[in-house]
Ligand binder design. Structure first.
Ligand SMILES: [Zn+2]
Length: 117
């Protein structure tokens, strides 16, 4: 197969568009409970990303372990506590914790400012 030459930038643009629509489709499938298909779409998007060395768009979050798209209230549980947000994947049980200390500090500062004013 003859390789058609296109610029890297052009290639990435196309890749981004395709990955975005794939991730949207994955999200929709996951929201409707079709896990296998959702995972397949995420997998395809990731492959495009690897092949073209483009980061997968962050419009839809995915589980790091099982690669299913995370739909709050459907296949993942989001809880906050001790300065962290914990996202549980209900498909494989993986937990992802992200700190939110910065936001908390900003809130505290705002709160005290309001308190003195
Ligand atoms: Zn998972």
């Amino acid at each position: 197969m003859a390789k058609r030459r296109i610029s890297k930038q052009k290639m990435r643009e196309i890749a981004e568009q395709r990955m975005e629509s794939l991730m949207e489709m994955a999200y929709r499938e996951a929201a409707e409970g079709r896990r296998e298909r959702a995972r397949r779409y995420v997998d395809l998007a990731r492959r495009i990303g690897m092949r073209t060395r483009t980061p997968v768009p962050k419009t839809v979050r995915q589980c790091r372990r099982c690669l299913s798209p995370m739909v709050p209230g459907m296949n993942c549980r989001v809880r906050i506590g001790q300065g962290r947000v914990a996202v549980h994947c209900l498909d494989c049980g993986a937990v992802r914790r992200t700190p939110y200390i910065k936001e908390k500090r900003a809130n505290d500062r705002e709160g005290s400012e309001k308190g003195t004013a």
